[in-house]
Design a protein around this ligand. Structure first.
Ligand SMILES: NC(=O)c1ccc[n+]([C@@H]2O[C@H](COP(=O)([O-])OP(=O)(O)OC[C@H]3O[C@@H](n4cnc5c(N)ncnc54)[C@H](O)[C@@H]3O)[C@@H](O)[C@H]2O)c1
Length: 717
C-alpha cells in the first residue's frame, strides 16, 4: 500500500504499475471535496517517493467514477473574495498538472459517471478507457459556473473547439459512445473488460505502441489546426451564445470565452485565464441562485425520502376519481411509473378522453425511442377504466380524487368512496382551492385524508403539493409523499390554507398585475417586461394558458380568503374577457387570439379585449420597466413572507423550489425568497413602501420583514 485515505488509496502491483482507486468511505459516490483534493495531493507525494513505479491507472471502486466537485462546499466559497475563490481551485489544479508531469504513463479507467471535476481528472490523464456504462460531461454551466480545473483548457486541445463549445455550453452529460465518437475518450469496452483493457493500454504505453508523451504534448500547446478552427467558428459561436443566454445565464458566455481565449496560450496561462472566468462567474447572483436551486432540490428530496422510508407498505394499486385533464394525467403517470391505477368517472366520454390522452403520450415516447409498443400496451393495460364501482376499490392503497371543483360534489364523492375502500387506505384530493380541512369534515377517517395538488399537465410538471389538513396524520403525509416519489414527482409538504402555497403566491402576483392594468398599463407591454425579466410567460398569456374560467374561480376563492390583500374594487379582467366569450387558449380567445396558421400556432393581442379594458380601466399611461416588475413581484414576495411566517411552508428552500417546479419561476433568480435576498431586505422594504399609500395592503411588508431588514438578515442565512 502506497497510500490509504478516506477517499482514495494507491497500491503498486508486481509489474510496477500503481493503482489509484477512488472509493469514498461511508458515502455512495466519489466527489472532489477538500478532503479528496488533499488526499490526492498526499497520494501524489507518496508516489513521487515510491521507487520502481512504471505507470499509474486511475479507477473507481464505486458504481460511479467521480461525480464532480462537492457543490455544498461551493456555498461557503461563494461568500469569499475573488482571490480566495481562485485560491480554492489551486490545490486541485496543481494535482492535475502533477499527473501530467509524472515520469510514466497515466491511464484512466472510467466505469460510470465522470462529471465536472470527475471528467477533468480524466482529461489530465494520458489515455482514457471507458466502460459502456460510463457517462461523461462538464455540467457546470447548468449551475451558473464554469469548469475550473482545466476542462475548458484541456478539452479543446484534445478534441477541438466545436465539440468543446457544445459540451461546455450545453452542460449535457454524454453517453460513452458519444464521448468516443467525439474523441473525449480513447477506448470503449464492455463493463467487465474495463480493467483488463486499461492494463493492456498501459502495456502499450510502456512499450511505445501508444505514444502517451505525444498525448501530453498536445495539451501543452494548441495545434495550429485547432486555432484555425477557433478563428473560423469563434465569432458565430459568440453571437449565438450571447443571443441564446443573454445576461440571464452569463456562465455560458464565460465558458465560451475561457475556451477561446486560452487556445494560443501555454497550459499554465490558459488555466489562469480559466480561473479568472470561473471567479467572475461565481461572483454573479445567477450562480448563487442556480447552485442554491441544486442544493434546495437535494434538501427537498432528502426530506421526501426520509418520509418515504417510514412507509412500510408502499402503494401497489392506486385509485383515481375523475378521468378529466388531471385525473387522466395522474392515472397515466401512475401506470407509467409502475403503480397500476383504477380510474373511475361518471361519463364514458371522460374515460375515453383519459385513455386517449394516455395513449397519445405513450406514442410520443415511442417516437422519441423511449418506449416500445409492448411496453405501451402493458402501461395502458395497467389503467382500468370503470363507470360503476365493482368492488375493485378494496385493493386501492392510495386514492386521488380529481372530480369537478365543487365542495358539495367532492363531499358526496369522498364520503361514498371511503366506504368502498380498505380501512387502511389513504385518500387524497387534487383540489386546487378548497381547504383540505373543510373537505375532510364529513369523512369517517379524516386522519387518512390529505391534499395532493398536481400541476397541469401532470406528466410534465414536477411539483406536487402534499397538503396537511387539521386532522391529517403524519403517516398519511408520509404515504402521499412516498406515492408522489414513486410517480417521479417532487413533493413539497405544506400546511392547509386557501390556495395552499403555490396558488396563494401566484394570485398575489396576479393581483399586482390586475391592479397595474387597472391603473392604465397595457397588458402586452406588461407581458413583454415580465418575460424579459425571466418568466416563461407574462401574466396575461399565462392566464390564457391556464384558462380564464379557472383563473376567475381561483381569484374568487383567494380574494374571499385574503380580503385585505387580494380583494379588488374593480371587476377582474378574467371576468371581463369571460363576459366577451373568451376562455383563453382553449377556445382561441382570451387576452390574445390564438390560431394555427400553416401548422404553426400564432398569438396576437385580442384587439376587442384590449379596447374593452381601455374603456373600463383608468386612462392609459406608461410605466417604467422597474415599476412593472416591482408592482407585480412585490405582492408575491410579501405573500411568501406570510407563508413562511404562518408556517404554511417550512423553509425558503422548499417555498422557492415549489415556485421553480410549479409555475416556472425564472431558474436563474432561484425563487422569490432568494430574489428578496438578492435585492436586500432593506431595499426590498423601501421598494414596497413606495406603493403602500397608493395601492394599500397588497404592498405592506410584514413586521418580521422589517425586523430582518433592520438586523441585516436574509432568508437563506
Ligand atoms: N385543470 C387544472 O389545471 C387543474 C390543476 C390542478 C388541480 N385541478 C383540480 O383537479 C380537479 C379536476 O380538474 P380537471 O381540470 O381535471 O377537471 P375536468 O373537468 O377535466 O375533469 C373532471 C372529471 O370528473 C368527472 N366527474 C365529475 N363528477 C364525478 C363523480 N362523481 N365521480 C367520478 N367522476 C366525476 C367528470 O366527468 C370529468 O371527467 C379539480 O378539483 C381542479 O380544481 C385542476
Amino acid at each position: 500500500m502506497i497510500y490509504s485515505g478516506e477517499s482514495l488509496s494507491v497500491t503498486k502491483a508486481d509489474n510496477g504499475v500503481a493503482h489509484l482507486v477512488f472509493d469514498r468511505k461511508s458515502e455512495s459516490v466519489n466527489k472532489f471535496d477538500r478532503l479528496t483534493v488533499d488526499e490526492l495531493a498526499a497520494a501524489l507525494d507518496k508516489l513521487d517517493d515510491e521507487p520502481g513505479v512504471t505507470g499509474l491507472i486511475i479507477s473507481s471502486a464505486k458504481g460511479v467514477f467521480v461525480v464532480g466537485a462537492d457543490i455544498g462546499e461551493f456555498v461557503e466559497v461563494f461568500k469569499e473574495s475573488a482571490d480566495k475563490i481562485a485560491g480554492h481551485l489551486l490545490p486541485h489544479s496543481d494535482n492535475l498538472c502533477r499527473l501530467e508531469k509524472l515520469g510514466y504513463p497515466v491511464v484512466v479507467a472510467i466505469n460510470g459517471f465522470a462529471l465536472g471535476g470527475g471528467l477533468e481528472i480524466c482529461l489530465a490523464g494520458d489515455v482514457r478507457v471507458a466502460s459502456e456504462l460510463a457517462a461523461v460531461g462538464l455540467p457546470e454551466t447548468g449551475l451558473g459556473i464554469i469548469p475550473g480545473w482545466g476542462g475548458t483548457v484541456r478539452m479543446p486541445r484534445i478534441v477541438g473547439v466545436q465539440t468543446s463549445l457544445e459540451w461546455v455550453t450545453s452542460g449535457r452529460p454524454q453517453k460513452a459512445k458519444a464521448a468516443l465518437d467525439a474523441g473525449v475518450i480513447d477506448f470503449l469496452v464492455p463493463a467487465d473488460e474495463l480493467m483488463s483493457k486499461a492494463e493492456a493500454v498501459m502495456a502499450d504505453c510502456q512499450s511505445g505502441a501508444l505514444d502517451f508523451k505525444a498525448a501530453r504534448a498536445k495539451k501543452e500547446t494548441t495545434d495550429a489546426e485547432i486555432v484555425a478552427e477557433a478563428n473560423s467558428i469563434g465569432d458565430e459561436w459568440t453571437a449565438n451564445i450571447t443571443g441564446k443566454f443573454g445576461t440571464h445565464y452569463p456562465a455560458q458566455g464565460f465558458a465560451l470565452r475561457s475556451v477561446l481565449q486560452g487556445l494560443e496560450k501555454t497550459l499554465d496561462e490558459a488555466l489562469e485565464i480559466e480561473r479568472q472566468h470561473f471567479v467572475d462567474a461565481t461572483l454573479t447572483d445567477q450562480a448563487k441562485a442556480l447552485v442554491g436551486n441544486f442544493l434546495s432540490d437535494q434538501y427537498l428530496m432528502k426530506c421526501a425520502k426520509d418520509r418515504a422510508k417510514t412507509v412500510t407498505t408502499p402503494a401497489t394499486c392506486a385509485g383515481v376519481l375523475g378521468a378529466g385533464i388531471m385525473g387522466g394525467g395522474i392515472a397515466y403517470q401512475s401506470a407509467l411509473t409502475g403503480t397500476p391505477a383504477i380510474m373511475k368517472d361518471i361519463a364514458q366520454e371522460g374515460l375515453d378522453l383519459g385513455m386517449g390522452e394516455a395513449s397519445k403520450l405513450l406514442s410520443r415516447l415511442i417516437k422519441k425511442g423511449r418506449m416500445t409498443e409492448e411496453k405501451k400496451a402493458a402501461v395502458l393495460a395497467s389503467i382500468t377504466p370503470i363507470l360503476e364501482y365493482d368492488g375493485s376499490f378494496k385493493k386501492v392503497d392510495v386514492l386521488v380524487e380529481a372530480v369537478v371543483e365543487n365542495i358539495k360534489v367532492k363531499h358526496a364523492v369522498l364520503t361514498d368512496v371511503e366506504t368502498r375502500m380498505s380501512p387502511s387506505a389513504i385518500i387524497c384530493s387534487n383540489t386546487s382551492t378548497l381547504p383540505i380541512s373543510d373537505l375532510a369534515e364529513p369523512l369517517e377517517r379524516p386522519a387518512q385524508f390529505c391534499g395532493m395538488h398536481f400541476f397541469n399537465p401532470v406528466h410534465a410538471m414536477p411539483l406536487v403539493e402534499v397538503i396537511r389538513g387539521e386532522k391529517t396524520s403524519e403517516d398519511t403525509i408520509n404515504r402521499a409523499v412516498a406515492y408522489a416519489l414513486s410517480l417521479k414527482k417532487k413533493p413539497v409538504v405544506v400546511n392547509d390554507c386557501p390556495g395552499f402555497l403555490v396558488n396563494r403566491l401566484l394570485f398575489a402576483y396576479f393581483a399586482g398585475f390586475m391592479r397595474l392594468v387597472y391603473d392604465g398599463a397595457d397588458y402586452e407591454v406588461v407581458d413583454k417586461v415580465m418575460e424579459e425579466w425571466g418568466w416563461p410567460m407574462g401574466p396575461a398569456y399565462l392566464s390564457d394558458v391556464v384558462g380564464l374560467d379557472t383563473m376567475q374561480h381561483c381569484d374568487d376563492v383567494l380574494a374571499a380568503a385574503y380580503v385585505g390583500r387580494l380583494k379588488k374594487d374593480f371587476k377582474a379582467w378574467y371576468q371581463v374577457v369571460l363576459d366577451m366569450g373568451g376562455l383563453g387558449q382553449k377556445n382561441g380567445k382570451g387576452f390574445y387570439s390564438y390560431a394555427v396558421v400553416d401548422g404553426r400556432r400564432s398569438r396576437v393581442v385580442n384587439a376587442e379585449v384590449r379596447s374593452r379594458i381601455t374603456e373600463l380601466a383608468r386612462p392609459a399611461r406608461d410605466f417604467t420597466e422597474s415599476e412593472i416588475i416591482e408592482r407585480i413581484m412585490v405582492p408575491m414576495a410579501i405573500e411568501m413572507a406570510f407563508a413562511l411566517e404562518d408556517d404554511i411552508v417550512a423553509s425558503p428552500e422548499e417555498g422557492d423550489v415549489a415556485l421553480l417546479y410549479g409555475v416556472g419561476f425564472p431558474q436563474f433568480r432561484g425563487g422569490v425568497a432568494r430574489w428578496m435576498d438578492a435585492v436586500g431586505l432593506q431595499a426590498f422594504c423601501n421598494m414596497a413602501d413606495k406603493y403602500t399609500d397608493e395601492l394599500g395592503p397588497l404592498y405592506e411588508v410584514t413586521a418580521r420583514q422589517r425586523e430582518m431588514a433592520a438586523n441585516n438578515e436574509t432568508y437563506y442565512g
